[in-house]
Design a protein around this ligand. Structure first.
Ligand code: SAM
Length: 293
């Protein structure tokens, strides 16, 4: 059965009386080429554990399972669970979990799946065609909670992918770019036009593969201060750094200016011009001042 065919989706809707939920971001993929590109980009092996966010009808799940050790498919919509069980019944290495991914205890799940197919698990690879409204919280949950994932291959709204990939100086460069690029290297996998979904969304998509860095790209004395500086800098984009950094851990404007001078950064610059390493220099100078308070 071609799970991705629009005719199959219509049959499933009728057979199960299933109603597609707009509020859960249900836009199902109907293009086998895109499905193949996503699965190929993951470079799966039999010792990999795949965690899928929002399997929907199981189109990606069914392609990943034959290549992976095991797939944990986490779907929030209870109405999709009997459909997924039926669609994926030929596979014995898929566990369907009816949960909200954002609330799932991933560390517990990983502990329970340390051994797969009788062997020690090698890599943890996260994948998903994400509902647009929770893309950023989902990515940040995985990264900030330090979930020991090796890669995250996900489809998202094109504009969010553009922000993640953005380089300093570009209009789309912001706190999300800095945060994701701090934790990961970012690779483009595919551009996905809106026409390949059922129902058709109002936006185009992009698939990115984020490879979680084994080592941080910059040395930080205090990661929390780094993220506070990034947040503060981009939260007040129009302000110069001398002004926008005042307030981080209660620093005065003068102290913020002094920290910038110590980091060798001109206080009239704005956050969107700073590279990751310049942010790190600033954060370390600010952290030294915060410690003395
Ligand atoms: N993977 C399928 C595909 O590509 O056709 C479905 C993609 S659809 C864009 C997003 C899926 O995520 C839906 O099945 C939706 O019910 C599910 N979903 C939405 N929010 C979720 C959450 N918080 N946790 C887990 N699944 C969620």
């Amino acid at each position: 059965m071609k799970l991705y065919a629009p005719s199959t989706i219509k049959e499933i809707k009728e057979k199960y009386g299933f109603k597609i939920s707009k509020s859960l971001g249900q836009n199902f993929l109907t293009d086998k080429n895109i499905i193949d590109k996503i699965i190929d980009a993951m470079e799966l092996t039999e010792r990999d554990l795949v965690i899928e966010i929002g399997p929907g009808l199981g189109v990606l799940t069914a392609e990943a399972a034959p290549q992976a050790g095991k797939v944990l498919a986490i779907e929030i919509d209870k109405n999709l669970i009997p459909i997924l069980k039926e669609n994926l019944k030929e596979f014995d290495n898929i566990e369907i979990i009816n949960q909200d991914f954002v609330k799932t205890n991933l560390i517990n799940l990983l502990e329970q799946n340390d051994i797969i197919r009788g062997q020690k698990r090698e890599k943890v690879k996260i994948m998903g065609n994400l509902p647009y409204y929770i893309t950023t919280p989902i990515i940040m949950k995985i990264l900030e909670d330090r979930i020991p994932a090796d890669s995250i291959t996900i489809m998202m709204q094109k504009e969010v992918a553009d922000r993640i990939k953005a380089a300093p100086g570009s209009r789309t460069y912001g706190a999300l770019s800095v945060a994701v690029q701090y934790y990961c290297t970012v690779k483009d996998v595919a551009k996905v036009p809106r026409e390949v979904f059922y129902p058709q969304p109002k936006v185009d998509s992009t698939v990115l593969r984020l490879d979680v860095r084994k080592e941080r790209p910059v040395e930080l004395t205090n990661e929390n201060v780094f993220f506070a500086c990034v947040k503060s800098g981009f939260g007040q984009r129009r302000k110069t750094l001398g002004n926008s950094l005042a307030g981080v851990c209660g620093l005065s404007k003068e102290e913020a200016q002094a920290a910038l001078a110590e980091a060798g950064i001109d206080p009239v610059r704005r956050a969107e011009t700073l590279s990751l390493s310049e942010f790190a220099e600033i954060a370390n100078a600010v952290a030294a001042k915060c410690e003395k308070r």
